[in-house]
Design a protein. Structure first.
Length: 178
C-alpha cells in the first residue's frame, strides 16, 4: 500500500491542438521490482480549477481518468497548501494483479476499485509481482508546483502470512490436546 498527502498548483492551460502535451502538476509512480510501475498524475484538461487524477494504461499507451474535477488547486503551495490524500491498495495474486485508488479531498473521500493499468518496462513483461519496491515523484513535464508529505509504503512480507497460519494451527492443536 502506498499513501501520501499532496497539494498542487494549477498546471498551465491545456491546449487540445498541441498533441501529447497535457499539462500536469503532480507526477508520480509506484515502482515494482519487475521494472513495472503505476504511473499517476494530476492534470487540468478543462481548465476549471479542479484537477483530474489519472493513471497510465501501458497496454493502450494512454492515461485513464480515475477521478475527474475533484482535486482543488492552490495558488501557491508554499504558503497555504490545500492538502489531498491518496492511497493505492494492491491485490496481487500473480495472475491478475489489481489495485484500488482512494482519494480524500476537502469535499469527501472517493474510491475506485479493481484497476489493472500499469506501465510496463517492455512489452513482454506484463506480470506485476506482489509487493512494491518503492515510489518516485517526478517534476519532468510538470508546469505547476506540488508538495508531497507523509509518504508511507507498506509491503507485507509473504513469510508473515505463513507464520501467522502456522501459529494459528499450533494454537488449535494445543487447544484440542487440552
Amino acid at each position: 500500500m502506498l499513501q501520501y498527502d499532496f497539494a498542487c498548483e494549477a498546471p498551465a492551460s491545456y491546449d487540445p491542438n498541441v498533441p501529447k502535451t497535457v499539462p500536469r502538476s503532480l507526477s508520480a509512480a509506484v515502482e515494482f521490482s519487475t521494472d513495472n510501475r503505476i504511473i499517476h498524475r494530476v492534470t487540468n484538461t478543462d481548465n476549471n480549477g479542479y484537477g483530474d487524477f489519472e493513471v497510465y494504461d501501458g497496454v493502450a499507451k494512454v492515461y485513464r481518468v480515475v477521478f475527474s474535477n475533484l482535486i482543488p488547486f492552490d495558488s501557491d503551495v508554499s504558503t497555504t497548501p490545500v492538502v489531498s490524500h491518496v492511497t493505492f491498495t494492491g491485490h496481487a495474486d500473480g495472475s491478475n494483479p489489481v489495485y484500488d485508488v482512494t482519494l480524500t479531498t476537502g469535499s469527501g473521500t472517493y474510491t475506485a476499485t479493481d484497476f489493472a493499468y500499469y506501465h510496463y518496462a517492455n512489452d513482454g513483461a506484463r506480470l506485476v509481482t506482489a509487493g512494491a519496491a518503492g515510489c518516485s515523484f517526478n517534476t519532468f513535464n510538470s508546469t505547476g508546483d506540488f508538495l508531497v508529505d507523509n509518504v508511507s509504503l507498506t509491503v507485507p512480507e509473504p513469510g508473515i502470512l505463513v507464520l501467522l497460519t502456522c501459529g494459528m494451527m499450533c494454537l488449535v492443536a494445543m487447544r484440542r490436546r487440552d
